[in-house]
Design a protein around this ligand. Structure first.
Ligand code: PAY
Ligand code: ZN
Length: 309
């Protein structure tokens, strides 16, 4: 059922193809799905979001699924677009997603860094950052996962525009980051934010900017452990669990720390397959298995959120 049209979910796609497939999903499921353009990138590409909602009028509590903030992490947008189709197909059939969508809306941004993503197709497969111009240097781009307004410019971010972890000139200097932050603040009812990266096989939660425990760390750790368990149940893929700062390294100004410090308690970041063998160039034959196992993890979090808000 996941290949009912010509889009091949088991292949990596260009930005244009992903945006087209988002439109197709809306055409096939007009009562469930719609698109929202939340802004534009530095090079004026669309920040294109799929909204899944069964509620009329009234603004429901919501979940944000974020993917492709790092350009080279291709498995992230590929998993996201598969997930979009899965949500659409399973609504009304699968009890869990049906009941989640009775209470909450889901917003999914498959390519949060469209300029970088295009650049990985046209110039450099391993580009990570945005493509914004930095005054006074020929080095291009900011790390959008260091550009959020949460302990901006502290540990684990660089003030050197040539660095892969350059934090940018100021918080939200990247239009891509600002678009998401503004949309979420204006909406006001987001309860969950999940950011998809690779690689490493980890389910993490705040904080990245400090090794001090977040107030809800015990609860988030429990949810993350259940998420990793659900994920492994499909084909045994092992995910480690912990806060970002100790699970991987310290990273200030990151996405989910910002979400958490802005009242979105259920903030998680996934590092999808693998553990480093193929790393960013995960073969396409792993897209569907990765998306399928990730889906079990995402559903675990979303069901928990539904029951606890
Ligand atoms: O997922 O937010 C997170 C943790 C911090 C990530 C970061 O921005 O540095 C971790 C890296 C990522 O997915 O971007 C890990 C990968 C393997 C990398 O590029 O080092
Ligand atoms: Zn990343």
């Amino acid at each position: 059922e996941l290949s009912s049209n010509c889009f091949n979910y088991g292949a990596y796609h260009t930005l244009e193809a992903i945006h087209n497939e988002m439109d197709n999903i809306v055409k096939c499921y007009p009562h469930l799905a719609s698109t929202v353009e939340i802004g534009h990138s530095f090079e004026n590409r669309s920040m294109y979001v799929l909204k899944f909602s069964t509620g009329e009028g009234r603004q429901r509590p919501a979940i944000w699924l974020n993917a492709g903030i790092h350009a080279r992490e291709w498995i992230s947008p590929a998993t996201a677009i598969w997930t979009a189709k899965k949500i659409a197909c399973d609504y009304g059939k699968d009890q869990a997603i049906t009941s989640i969508l009775k209470k909450m809306d889901i917003f999914l941004l498959p390519v949060a860094n469209p300029d970088g993503y295009v650049y990985t197709h046209t110039h450099n497969r391993l580009w990570r950052k945005t493509r914004s111009i930095n005054p006074g240097t020929t080095c291009i781009g900011t790390d959008p996962n260091r550009n959020w307004d949460s302990k901006f410019g502290e540990v684990g971010a660089s003030d050197n525009p040539c660095s892969e972890i350059y934090h940018g000139a100021h918080p939200n200097s990247e239009m891509e980051v600002k678009s998401v932050a503004d949309f979420i603040k204006n909406h006001g009812k987001f309860k969950c934010f999940i950011d998809l990266h690779n690689y490493g096989q980890l389910v993490m939660y705040p904080y990245g900017y400090t090794t001090e425990k977040a107030q809800d760390a015990d609860e988030l750790d429990m949810v993350a452990k259940n998420t990793a368990k659900a994920l492994a149940s499909l084909s045994g893929t092992q995910f480690r669990v912990g806060p970002i700062a100790t699970g991987i390294y310290r990273a200030s100004g990151n996405t989910v720390d910002w979400a958490y410090d802005n009242g979105i308690k259920y903030a998680f970041t996934f590092e999808l397959r693998d553990t480093g063998h193929y790393a960013f160039t995960l073969p396409a034959d792993q897209i569907i298995p990765t998306a399928q196992e990730t889906w079990l993890g995402l559903k675990t979090i979303m069901e928990y959120v539904q029951d606890n808000i």
